[in-house]
Design a protein around this ligand. Structure first.
Ligand code: GLU
Length: 423
């Protein structure tokens, strides 16, 4: 294996986590392991400078990225993140997880990811629009409906996708809706896309609960993150009779043993911008989140949240990884030893990219499906993909994560092998 000169040496970095995950699946890949180095080398990584004229007339520069990790199975696919902690290392790992995710669920895509190191909350709407448009222009030569299709991620939303679609379309001289997914409905967006990731978390949780003999009725759920993923998952679990007992966002950690009224909390967040100050629960300390006993724990915020230390403290039966990369490899081992079932990110949060795939297909055929049709197809794809991974994990006697990697890497590396090397 050749080490990359441009990656961080931090062994807890997201890219290091990805490499550790690849190492763990190697023994199960048979003769395909000859091609495994492919997974340790992103195909293409573009770093761009984005100069932005601020509303006050000053000029600031932002660093942006688009990484295409692997394109063996189809065009690149993956979100764009606007967050102050975005780095090349992180975007590389996120792009690799997209490769594995698309293959685990069997979507005809490779993996990609992009981002800008910026706090979007500090920008005005006009500044955000200019930033998005310049970024899109800078990465314009490597994206496209058949090349690489961006989508929302942390800090971006349908409006940002509309600006990206418009900018790319203006530059190529025609309206191309299929260049990004997660767009507003009027611009070729798909019904069900906004809630798809949270819905997928719920569906994989329901299947897993059945497998491990956990009743959802009255099950206690703890959710970290109250964005697009965490809030929808919390809502669906509480609608199915579970109790959301602990809830954390960047502003506060709330607890209520009889169950938080999630619909009321969503209204509160819409009015106040965060969950802090909500009257229907007790506020506890940030660190106490990991010590609260529950049945289902859903990290749905950022990567690297479950460390070895928190993994030892957790009192729960399953972890549903709504976020990408929330569990460090050491923590993963501890959870496995403690018999806590982890539904890995590459399957648990794949609902978003699955409906992105539906959106892309609908844009090509200019024929749109009903929300019921979308949800039914989504549920079926996710259930079947997860059951296949459960089967693999039993067959190989490995964790669900290693099993998901085994299923996915077999597909990716078979494509690699069959395509062969050029020249
Ligand atoms: N950002 C989402 C993810 O991490 C969705 C990507 C997409 O829809 O392409 O899976």
């Amino acid at each position: 294996m050749t080490a990359l000169s441009y990656v961080s040496e931090d062994k807890h970095s997201p890219w290091a986590t990805h490499l550790a995950q690849v190492d763990r699946v190697l023994p199960y890949l048979g003769e395909l392991s000859r091609w495994a180095d492919t997974l340790r080398h992103p195909k293409r990584a573009l770093i761009v400078d984005i100069p932005l004229e601020m509303d006050d007339g000053s000029v600031r520069h932002f660093e942006g990225y688009r990484v295409q990790h692997n394109l063996s199975r189809g065009p690149g696919k993956g979100g764009v993140r606007f967050h102050p902690d975005v780095t090349l290392d992180k975007v590389m790992a996120l792009s690799a997880w997209m490769t594995v995710k698309c293959a685990a669920i069997n979507l005809p895509f490779g993996g990609a990811k992009g981002g800008i190191r910026v706090d979007p909350r500090e920008l005005s709407k006009k500044e955000l629009e200019r930033l998005t448009r310049r970024y899109t222009s800078e990465i314009g030569s490597i994206i496209g409906p058949q090349q690489d299709i961006p989508a929302p991620d942390v800090g971006t939303n349908p409006q940002v996708m509309a600006w990206m679609m418009d900018t790319w379309s203006m530059n190529v001289g025609m309206t191309s809706t299929g260049v990004v997914t997660g767009k507003p409905i009027h611009l070729g967006g798909s019904l069900g896309r906004v809630k798809a990731t949270g819905r997928g978390v719920f569906v994989t949780g329901k299947v897993t609960a059945q497998r491990i003999g956990l009743e959802l009725e009255n099950a206690r759920v703890a959710v970290q993150g109250f964005g697009n993923v965490g809030s929808v998952a919390a809502e669906l679990f509480s609608q199915s009779g579970a109790r959301v007992v602990t809830m954390q966002d960047h502003s506060a950690t709330l607890h209520h043993s009889a169950g938080i009224d999630v619909a009321a909390l969503i209204r509160w967040q819409q009015q106040h911008g965060s969950i802090a100050g909500f009257h229907g629960a007790t506020t506890i300390s940030h660190e106490a989140f990991w010590e609260q006993s529950c049945d289902i724990l859903i990290p749905a915020a950022l990567e690297g949240q479950i460390t070895a230390e928190s993994a030892r403290k957790l009192v729960c039966r399953m972890v549903l990884e709504g976020a990408n990369g929330p569990t460090l490899p050491e923590a993963d081992d501890i959870l496995t030893q403690r018999n806590i079932t982890v539904v890995p990110d590459v399957i648990c949060n794949a609902g978003g990219v699955t409906v992105s795939y539906f959106e892309w297909v609908q844009d090509f055929s200019s024929f749109f499906w009903s929300e019921d049709e979308i949800n039914a197809r989504l549920d079926k794809i996710m259930e079947q993909a997860l059951l296949a991974i459960w089967q693999k994990s039993e067959q190989l006697a490995v964790s669900l994560r290693t099993a998901a990697y085994a299923v996915a890497c077999e597909r990716i590396l078979t494509a690699r092998k069959e395509r062969g090397l050029y020249p």
